[in-house]
Design a protein around this ligand. Structure first.
Ligand code: AMP
Ligand code: MG
Length: 315
């Protein structure tokens, strides 16, 4: 006798599969996706109006974002070349701006980050997600922060206006944030609230705000970086900054922090030849933005096929 599909799956996996199906078929998810669709259209319109040139995603390449927190690396053998799956397109957007014919670029960039299972209950970590990744030669820190404040205000206002029904069904009330957003220094917040300062502040505040002054990847200037944080406990929305681009600075920081320079050989060669340009930018997580817009408790629920660290993946 032919075995039924039911028998071919182990019981716990089957239960997960069926709960996924329920989620995929739910009206709630359809509302979330309607809000996501409007938000994406708003983001593209905004970038287009600001004359950002859209680049296509890079998914595999010999180098990718080193990140400043540990995620598992994914390397693929391709005809004896070692290629990595993209954690972010940060280095590639800098390299695109070597062109004298491009001033600002953006990408809807897929990022694969195999985050540790300890992040399972954070409510905001996925193994794969999308960033609106932007970079410009024409703005510096304050100008870029102001651009992002405008972008966030535009997206929230448009979703509030166009997705009235979906927001009502999700019982989400959106407030269009007042500009300028508040700005805090990470050192001050850490002294006051300890290491969980971002979470505490995010839970306290009712509108998006900035935190500046981090020490992170080799390409970010510590004196000109920023994180945008969603309010109401939704946490980090975007990271960015003005960038290091001079060979001497890049090598000095890499050596100070123990980077494997060989991994970034091609990039350093471009810097050594003076081809990289001073730029400023940032990347906003789309799924986290959708979670904020919809008010969902967990990022797992923002899409049909989201993958949460430490959870069984069935689809
Ligand atoms: P990063 O440059 O690492 O700060 O990433 C840029 C943005 O992508 C963050 O500010 C988040 O909004 C989003 N993001 C980063 N990691 C994740 C993740 N594991 N799952 C979902 N979104 C993420
Ligand atoms: Mg970040």
């Amino acid at each position: 006798m032919k075995r039924s599909i039911k028998q071919t799956m182990e019981k716990t996996k089957l239960a997960i599969l069926l709960s996924k199906v329920k989620h995929v078929k739910s009206e709630k998810l359809a509302c979330v996706l309607a809000i996501q669709t409007e938000a994406l259209a708003a983001l593209h319109d905004f970038m287009h109006r600001r004359r950002f040139t859209q680049l296509m995603p890079v998914v595999v390449a010999p180098m990718t974002d080193p990140l400043c927190h540990g995620v598992h690396d994914i390397e693929i053998d391709c005809d004896s070349q070692k290629l990595k799956l993209t954690k972010s397109m940060i280095l590639h957007k800098f390299m695109a701006l070597m062109s004298d014919h491009l001033s600002h670029v953006y990408i809807m960039s897929p990022c694969v980050r195999l985050e540790p299972k300890a992040c399972k209950d954070s409510g905001r970590h996925l193994l794969e997600f999308t960033q609106l990744d932007m970079e410009t030669k024409d703005l510096q820190k304050e100008g870029f922060m102001s651009l992002i404040e405008e972008l966030v205000g535009y997206v929230v206002a448009r979703v509030k206006k166009k997705c009235d029904c979906a927001l009502r069904l999700l019982e989400r009330e959106l407030i269009v944030p007042k500009r300028p957003f508040k700005v805090f220094k990470s050192a001050d917040l850490k002294a006051r609230y300890g290491k969980d300062y971002e979470k505490i502040m995010s839970e306290k505040l009712k509108e998006p705000f900035w935190i500046t002054g981090f020490k992170r990847e080799f390409y970010d200037r510590e004196d000109a970086d920023y994180d945008l944080v969603w309010p109401e406990g939704f946490g980090e929305a975007m990271s960015g900054g003005q960038r290091h681009y001079k060979y001497g600075d890049l090598v000095r920081i890499m050596r100070d922090r123990g980077y494997d320079e060989k991994q970034f050989g091609a990039y350093l060669e471009l810097a050594r030849r003076g081809l990289l340009k001073p730029t400023c930018g940032g990347g906003i997580g789309i799924e986290r933005m959708v979670r904020f817009l919809t008010g969902l408790p967990h990022i797992r629920d923002v899409g049909p096929f989201t993958k949460v660290p430490g959870e069984d993946i069935v689809l």
